[in-house]
Design a protein around this ligand. Structure first.
Ligand code: NAD
Length: 360
């Protein structure tokens, strides 16, 4: 297969970790007979330095023309970088918001997986960590409270702020369909999370999820209130497969789920639109404190590339091969600085990429 990938390395550790992901993709290409064509685009601080804006319209058009986008991370040190003296719409993060909007990326996927070898970093009790967990938090990304009308005004001399939480049935249906589709590629269970005991938007959410579920008889599904889900994530995370939820609940629950895995350098993510198109990136930021030192953990980006193979290109066995290679280097006790512990071997970012590529 011939795959056209827009590559946005970005700032900080972005170029280092994305180069390792490309190395691993190329190893997949050789083994399975695919060609990955890369077009490199600028976004974030590096684009500000060259073009004066964090993302040009031309870069957006080129990203749209690709099959998928592989992104590193953008931004610099928010206290010292000159990029943060610019007005908000000119700062690096404005590029990220613009590309998400332009590409219509409404579904955000964040896997939370506990590697046996990294259980020591899990902050949960040993008997809970011992059971392990492997879930996908699926968050609606372009609707709900963060996109509704808001204002702050004085009412009878009292300052009053209003935020609006709106969802229509189409927005709910398209994310629910994605959620059930993804469950079909996993353990076929969906937990839909809402606050239907209080919110109208959640009651509509529940109704539409039930309608969509009828088209997926192989998938078991349940509804869970968000407050209960927050508790269950730390009490019994092994029960979850796909956790399907709206924007704000997903924002909070996905951070909680990442926290219990114990390492930001291991966490992949994907944002999808209605087609197979997606943007794939590590969950962490540009880590300016370690940038340029060949120290960053490239695994989150490498696993994001595996998600790209699985969800955009339908290459399940190739994605499995990358995930197995990552598991293998951990079993062999290789670690980057963020996950190193006694009895394991410290390797650099590029060495980690070499090790994984060699095991694909
Ligand atoms: P960060 O995720 O960049 O770093 C937090 C800590 O985690 C740091 O100590 C860093 O060294 C470490 N870390 C992160 N990724 C790592 C990796 N792959 N390997 C090893 N260690 C890793 O968060 P921050 O310091 O709050 O933000 C730094 C910059 O990144 C800011 O400009 C912020 O706006 C930006 N940011 C960008 C994105 C994105 O591009 N999607 C996301 C979050 C933050």
């Amino acid at each position: 297969m011939n795959c056209n990938i827009a590559v946005i390395k970005g700032d900080g550790i972005g170029p280092e970790v994305v180069s390792e992901a490309m190395k691993v993709l190329d190893a997949v290409g050789v083994k399975y007979g695919h060609t990955f064509n890369y077009e490199q685009l600028l976004m974030g601080g590096c684009s500000i330095d060259v073009h004066g804006v964090p993302l040009t319209d031309e870069a957006v058009a080129r990203a749209k023309a690709a099959d998928a986008v592989l992104l590193g991370s953008i931004g610099g040190n928010t206290s010292t970088s000159p990029w943060y003296k610019l007005p908000p719409e000119k700062r690096p993060e404005a590029g990220l918001l613009k590309i998400r909007k332009e590409l219509g990326l409404f579904a955000n996927l964040r896997p939370a997986f506990l590697y046996n070898e990294l259980k020591g970093a899990c902050p949960l009790k040993e008997e809970i960590a011992d059971k392990g967990f492997d879930m996908m938090i699926m968050r609606e990304l372009t609707g709900g409270l963060y996109f509704g009308a808001r204002e702050t005004k004085e009412l009878d001399g009292v300052l009053t702020a209003v935020d609006t939480l709106t969802y229509n049935e189409n927005e709910i249906r398209r994310i629910a369909i994605k959620g059930f589709d993804i469950a079909m590629k996993r353990r076929k269970k969906v937990t839909s999370v809402d606050k239907a005991n209080v919110l109208d938007s959640s009651r509509l959410w529940r109704k539409i999820v039930e309608e969509v579920a009828k088209d997926y008889p192989e998938v078991t599904y349940e509804h869970m209130l968000v407050d209960n889900c927050a508790m269950q994530l730390v009490k019994d995370p092994a029960q979850f497969d796909v956790v399907l939820t709206e924007n704000m609940f997903g924002d909070i629950l996905s951070d909680e789920a990442s926290m219990i895995t114990g390492s930001i350098g291991m966490l992949a993510s994907a944002s999808l639109n209605e087609t197979k198109f997606g943007m794939y990136e590590p969950s962490g930021g540009s880590a300016p404190d370690i940038a340029g030192q060949n120290k960053a953990n490239p695994i989150a980006t490498i696993l994001s590339a595996a998600m790209m193979l699985r969800y955009t290109f339908d290459m399940d066995k190739e994605a499995d091969a990358i995930e197995a290679a990552v598991q293998q280097v951990l079993v062999e006790n290789y670690r980057t600085c963020d996950i190193v512990s006694e009895g394991t071997e410290l390797v650099s970012c590029s060495q980690m990429g070499d090790l994984i590529a060699a095991r694909v």
